[in-house]
Design a protein. Structure first.
Ligand code: ADP
Length: 659
């Protein structure tokens, strides 16, 4: 048996190698420490150190009563760069680690006392290194290293710093928690979003998920999840949606639908809907579309409301157009004036021209211009409605037309600046009617007074002459008075008929009578000799008609008295009759002044009178021909005229013979 190696060679043998730490341990002046120089170290300590320095796993040793420290290269990096190393070597544990001593000492004591080894994983032991307290995590085991009996051994710490791993784990956990949180938020948001969201997968468009709103719009429950779209809503066949989904699947290009109309079965019937939506392709890592995300906003109500407004606008536009009303709008701030084509036409401008407010004011009749301008300013300032009636002189056609302008100021609203707008109605006809009506009343009063004055005169005369036995004078007076009374009653009858016609109360007393006879009587009553005219009657034998005798009588009487009134003394008047089985046609021809072509079409209008030098001294109300045409219309007959100025006129009327 070989002798034991000498103590010297013994410790050198154990402390050999061990990298840098091995060298440092060898160089350290251990003689000043409690364990003395290596020559005095026990076998157990030497073996342990040898084990430590040869391991590449981080190891640490507290040895002896003072717990002097040893460690290897692998451990060094945990000491930081602040000079703790190599100061930690050979130090007392309690001096080196005051910051963790209260935690580790019990574990050391436990190990030294021979208890079970300690195993700790990822434990936080904040240590002072790099000039600060750092949170350092460790996984370690404390186990006892025995020495010779009766001597304190040491505690071997096999450890690994897991700070990076723990930090990474914590970071990962935090990220995962955040992700989970975010995902649940997104899921929640999508689930409760006020728009329909659904995912369709594959060419069968399996409903993979659908949020509450989508299910609500479809009128379905959760049971549709996992089923093909077309099975869930077969009514989609023939509608654009399935084809659009297929296109998105084929092309991988999203589809944006704007106000698309569709039908979905709700309860038992198909309901119309409108939606804005997007079909977004969802692609796999190879760029192939696997699913389609649908996000849809159903806007049926908005579309219905908008259509209602559009309809109302269209109706308003149509009624404005059919009422031939001009419209205008003045932007208060920009002073821009917009006039409709009809408005421009009323003011004598062409529809394409730009017209300003000043242009239109220029065409207002000068007597009214200031008044109109003042009314506009006042209305804008006060916010009260604007309403004026004034004549307008058309710039191009130079026609005077009466208009009623109505307007209002509208304050600024979203998207609409403050503006003053309204419409323009052509009231020329009403205005002319009003003027004619006033003239008419004046004339009526005057005309009724004339026969009354004559009657009064004749009555006075008769009273004076009553006592004188002159029968001829009385007879002539009575005859003249009678003529005046007839004149008045025919005038009053005319007015009565007019007012009955206007109020729709005209009543026809239909009877069978001989029209020829009626014409002869009327010629007699017209008394042409009094006015020095001759009336000839041709071919009017017996013509039985079914009509209102008095009213047809007033037609004939009107036409005859007009022929007398509007032709010079001594002229001939010719009455002709033509009869068929169905109708009788009467023509009254005079050799009078005739009527201008432009007046012909207005001749049968109420209150119309041709105003010429010739007619200004001929009294009349402009209602005779109007009444004739109305009476004939009520009999389903007709009236018309042929005339040539300076030659004469022929008035014809036809009357169905009736049964
Ligand atoms: P008035 O009471 O004015 O005669 P009417 O309605 O009978 O009213 O006639 C309308 C107008 O038609 C007259 O004012 C006249 O200018 C014109 N007129 C009617 N009959 C004739 C006629 N026979 N010849 C020429 N003008 C006529």
């Amino acid at each position: 048996m070989l002798p034991d190696p000498s103590p010297k060679s013994n410790y050198t043998h154990y402390l050999e190698g061990g990298g840098e730490m091995g060298q440092l341990i060898r160089d350290y002046d251990w003689s000043k420490t409690a364990i003395g120089a290596p020559e005095q170290w026990s076998q157990s300590l030497l073996t342990t150190i040898s084990l430590i320095i040869s391991s590449r796993f981080p190891m640490f040793l507290w040895w002896g009563d003072e717990l002097l420290q040893f460690y290897n290269d692998a451990y060094r990096k945990s000491l930081g760069n602040d000079g703790k190393h190599p100061a930690a070597l050979g130090q007392c544990g309690a001096d080196c680690w005051p910051e963790i001593w209260p935690t580790v000492q019990p574990m050391i004591d436990q190990a030294l006392a021979g208890g079970a080894a300690t195993w700790c994983e990822d434990i936080l032991l904040p240590i002072f290194r790099n000039n600060q307290i750092e949170n350092v995590y460790w996984t370690f085991s404390f186990s006892k290293v025995k020495d010779a009996p009766g001597k304190t051994g040491g505690v071997l710490v096999i450890c690994s710093e897991t700070t990076e791993k723990v930090n990474a784990d914590q970071k990962m956990e935090k990220t995962l928690a955040e992700l989970a949180d975010r995902e649940s938020k997104i899921r929640y948001m999508l689930q409760d979003a006020p728009v329909s969201i659904a995912m369709f997968t594959g060419y069968n468009f399996i409903i993979e998920s659908a949020n509450k709103q989508a299910l609500k719009e479809w009128g379905k429950g959760e049971e549709v999840i996992g089923k093909p779209l077309v099975h869930v809503s077969p009514e989609l066949n023939g509608q654009p949606f399935l084809k659009l989904l297929k296109d998105v699947m084929d092309t991988g290009i999203p589809y944006y639908g704007n106000e698309v109309r569709g039908l979905l079965k709700q309860q038992y019937k198909l309901e119309e809907f409108y939606a804005n939506f997007v079909y977004q392709p969802m692609k796999d890592e190879n760029g192939k579309t696997k699913s389609i995300l649908m996000v849809a906003n159903v806007i049926t109500e908005q579309v219905a409301a908008r259509k209602k407004v559009e309809q109302a606008e269209e109706m308003l536009r149509l009624s404005i157009e059919s009422a031939n009303v001009g419209t205008w709008r003045l932007d208060i701030e920009s002073n821009t004036f917009i006039a409709s084509p009809r408005m421009k036409e009323l003011f004598g401008y062409s529809a394409e021209e730009e017209v300003t407010l000043a242009d239109t004011l220029n065409q207002v009749h000068e007597d009214y211009r200031q008044q109109v301008a003042d009314a506009i300013i006042k209305s804008i300032a006060s916010g009260k409605d604007f309403s004026v009636e004034h004549p307008v002189l058309g710039r191009d056609h130079q026609n005077i037309r009466w208009v009623r302008a109505l307007g209002r100021i509208y304050s600024m609203e979203a998207g609409h600046p403050a503006h003053f707008s309204g419409m323009m109605l052509d009231i020329t006809e009403q205005k002319q009617d009003e003027i004619r009506k006033n003239d008419f009343i004046g004339m009526v009063s005057h005309e009724l007074k004339t026969p009354l004055t004559s009657l009064n005169g004749y009555l006075q005369l008769m009273m004076l002459k009553l006592k004188e036995p002159n029968g001829d004078f009385m007879a002539s007076c009575l005859k003249k008075a009678n003529v005046q009374v007839k004149k008045m009653s025919s005038m009053i009858n005319g007015f009565l008929n007019l007012s009955r016609l206007e109020s729709g109360k005209i009543h026809l007393n239909m009877e069978h009578f001989d029209l020829g006879q009626l014409i002869r009587e009327t010629i007699e009553e017209t008394n042409p000799t009094l006015h020095q005219h001759t009336i000839s009657l041709n071919t009017c034998a017996e013509i039985t008609v079914h009509a209102d005798r008095d009213k047809i009588g007033s037609v004939v009487s009107n036409l005859l008295s007009n022929a007398v009134k509007y032709s010079p003394k001594g002229k001939k008047i010719e009455v002709n009759c033509q009869v068929t089985d169905l109708a009788a046609q009467i023509s009254i021809r005079d050799e009078g002044m005739g009527i201008k072509p432009q007046s012909l079409e207005k001749l049968f209008e109420r209150f119309f009178r041709v105003e010429t030098k010739h007619t200004e001294n001929i009294s009349g109300f402009g209602i005779g021909l109007y009444l004739c045409s109305e009476i004939l219309e009520h009999h389903k007959g007709k009236i018309w005229v042929e005339s040539e100025v300076g030659v004469g006129s022929t008035f014809h009327f036809s009357l169905p013979r009736g049964t």
